[in-house]
Design a protein around this ligand. Sequence first.
Ligand code: ATP
Length: 361
Amino acid sequence: MLLNKSILEINGLSKNFNEIEVLNNISLSLKEGELLFLLGSSGCGKSTLLRIIAGFEQINKGRIFLYDKLIANEKKSIPIQQRNLGYVVQEGVLFPHLTVYRNIAYGLGNGMGKTKQEIDRVQEVMELTGISHLSQRFPYELSGGQQQRVALARALAPKPKLILLDEPFSALDEHLRHQIRKEMLSALRESNTSALFVTHDREEALTYADRIAIMQKGKILQIDTPYNLYWHPQTRETAKFIGTVIEFDAVADQKGEYIHCPLGKILIHQNEKYQNKHGIVLFRPEQFSLFTENMENDFTHFEATIVKIISSGLKIRLLLAVNNTQFMLETQLIPTHQPKLKIGKKINITLQGCGLFYSTK
Ligand SMILES: Nc1ncnc2c1ncn2[C@@H]1O[C@H](COP(=O)(O)OP(=O)(O)OP(=O)(O)O)[C@@H](O)[C@H]1O
């Protein structure tokens, strides 16, 4: 995949509705073939940002470039039909009186899909999205999942370089959602189409995105790869938003290299600004291994007492105590651990890797 040419460039975008600012100084860029996910809780402005890029809303400040061309600023906004991008929303919104074939052909030429080139293109996107057998059906004869595939095929047909997807799978049941999501994303990859994908499902974003923009209250907190957001979040807020954390009060040493916390002395990503600072250290659950016997030197080891055991399905949550501090750890239960789980029992725990330290004073 080539990730060099910029398809979409947004600089300093702000948007107000009735004097209330819903987007504040948004800047981002999207490269050719890239899948960028906008992840944020309800009402943070994700759909508004997509609607602005699609051309349904004007902006109050900033500039948007699509394929190197200025398409919107505070004074101008080029019409939707001149933007050459695809837009797929939660519920496909197909034309009810047209067949699947005609729905897909709608954005090509005069919309009838009669030229050889158009026939070939419609067939190509139907194959890509797995709906060739449905071409003569009407939307009311399709399931929700099939309608979403048609919506994607229709968006892809004119070969836009960018597709905007606003929670396109959220109306589907879970099994179908997984399957269609996988197929749709591979169709996008195969056609090297860039996509801006709105979701509030962090697992979805972490699993499928090339990069994720985390949005909160109209602002972008951080844009990065799933790996960097999870393991190197810039703020404590982002760390907690993107995944589960286990946190402790901590004090950094005089070099800003280690912290002291109830689990012991632990390495952090060294930073001079942390020298002797008080703060909070965060760990991810995956860094902990329970019931360890091999004490490898480069890991941190400690002993914790089981205070409470909460089972749910295949997972188990343990409330653990160490040095007068309690914390909750969720883990996958394997058969050899089962007999060792007793309240009051002491267990060996190993901690791998660095802590994420955020100074508070
Ligand atoms: N046309 C409008 N007029 C006034 N306020 C609006 C309008 N459209 C959206 N808003 C407000 O802008 C804010 C952002 O809405 P938006 O739909 O973009 O959020 P979202 O992150 O997509 O949420 P969700 O995940 O629930 O869809 C909300 O407070 C919403 O009420």
